[in-house]
Each structure stands twice: as structure tokens, then as C-alpha cells.
Design a binder for this molecule. Sequence first.
Ligand SMILES: [Zn+2]
Ligand SMILES: [Zn+2]
Length: 341
Amino acid sequence: MHAMIFMRPGAPLEWTELPEPEPAAGEIKVKVLACGVCRTDLHVVDGELPPGPLPIIPGHEIVGQIEALGPDVAGLTLGQRVGIPWLGHTCGVCIYCRSGRENLCDRPLFTGYTRNGGYATAAVADARFAFPLDETGDPVAQAPLLCAGLIGWRSLVMAGEGKNIGLYGFGAAAHIILQVAKWQRRKVFAFTQKGDSQTQAFARELGADWAGGSDIAPPEVLDAAIIYAPVGALVPAALKVVRKGGRVVCAGIHMSDIPGFPYAWLWGEREVVSVANLTRADGAEFFAVAKAAGVKTTTRRYSLKDANQALSDLRAGRFDGAAVLTPLQPPSDGKAPRLFS
Ligand SMILES: [Zn+2]
Ligand SMILES: [Zn+2]
């Protein structure tokens, strides 16, 4: 198989040939049809998260087709299409696992961070954490649902039932969650970087009731705000425009420091909470919701070899929606990778 491997923080991923992985007991091996590029991957390769084992293959929005089943795999079949998300394994016995909060497991494995992920032509996963996917959909369109969609959904649930929802940082997650929130008949206020009129137009096209810079107060007070951008200064900014009793949900795995702010902005029973990871129950719920809501994803495709380009385009905000690697397709420059020669 081929993979783009993360060797050390700050270094570009390296195109590498590896032996085909073999699924152990309870595992599946998939051919990677598509793998989304998530902001968390940037935090991993930029060294902004505590280091995991290295080298590692990033990528945790995997749409794959099962090529091999290890012993003791139940409920999945050869040839089936599955999604492999960030949550790659849990211990099953810690207090969190035993209380329906496996997203907080004390001894988890995370795909593309502490176990190998999908920036590769093949991947192995714990079968119990793979989601069966619709076989007819475009795998590239499905990939962003695996993290942007799932964690986005968990953050929307965490935001509560309020009508007016603010979304800060209009990337992969927000472009999906806006569609879900509109389907739920809510009002959506999309906040982008100051002056980013292109992304604001994209948000309006998708149905945002209002779009503007995060430095601007929205025309109505918000019931809740979800912050997808890794910018701590957005926490006080969002608190200032959320009503009494409202909630600010921080949905990213990493953020710059939150600056100090007057206690009065929090007072009035406003809350700041974070969302961490996902549970398998979130997945079951979200895939049904995404289908009912008719969610459509906007994607930019990259060949596997162009993973570094995809990461740098994400870092610079050079596209709307989500970047997706297509490991079985040749690179866009027409030069076939060694895989096909
Ligand atoms: Zn656990
Ligand atoms: Zn992610």
C-alpha cells in the first residue's frame, strides 16, 4: 500500500510504500475510497497536540470498502462500504465508557493520531467503530460527514434547543451543520474572518440568515454559538452576543489561548462548554439526520500525493467546504503515482 506518513511536527508528510496491513482479531481492512482532511490533522502535523506515536498515518474521515475481515468480526461483510471516524477504539471499562460517554474514554485510540488513519490506499480499523454507509453515495461527498459532520452534530446538540444559532468559523463543520440547523427550522448566523466576503457569500448560498465578520454584532441576539475556528478570542466575542442563559460551545480539539474578559460577559448564567470527540451513538443519530436533512457537502478533491497541498490550502483557507483525498485516483498533475505503474 501507499501512504502519506507523518514523521515529525513541522515536516511535510512523506509519500511511502508499506506492506499491506493485515486485520487482527476484531478488525477490518478497507480500501480507502476517500479520506477527508480535517483541521485536527493540521493540529497534529503542526505539533499543536500532545505528540502521539510516530511515525503515523493521519486521516480520520475515511470512507472505505471492506477488503478483509479479521477473526471475530460480526455484522460487517466483505465489499461493504464503511466510514471510519476519529474515535478508533475505547477501553469499554472506564467510568466514561460505562456511563454512555465513551467520547471521554480514559484509554482511547484515535484514528490518524494514535492509530494509523486514511491518508493511504488501505487502512485497518476496529470493526466496532466503523459505521456502515450508504453504498450509492459519492464517497468523496460522504467523507466530511465522518468528523466535520459528526462532531458538528455533537456540538449542535450541545448548543441546545435555541432558535438563533451562531457558527464561528465557516469551514467543513459549519457548512454541514448550517444545513442541519436550517432543516430544524432554526435561524443561522455565520461568522467568518473579518472581511471574508467570499465565505460569507458561501454561507448565504447554503441558507444562512445572516453572514458577517466575527468582529460584527449580529442583527439579533443569539441563543447559542458554536466555535469551530481554533481562535480563543472568539470565546469572549461570542459570549458578548449570546443572551442570558445562552451557551458558547467550543467544538475544536485545539484553540489559541482565550483572552481575559469582564466577568459581566459570562454573568447571567451564560455557559462556555467544550465538545470532545464523538460516541458511536452520535454517529447512528447523525447519519440518519444528515439523510433526512438532505445534507450536501462541498468538497475539493486532492490525490493522496497532494496531501501536503491539501493541508496547506486548509491552513490558508483557500477553499470553501472540505478537502478530501482520493487515494485511488491519480494526482491532478496527471503524473500517476507508483501505485499505478
Ligand atoms: Zn474507556
Ligand atoms: Zn476531525
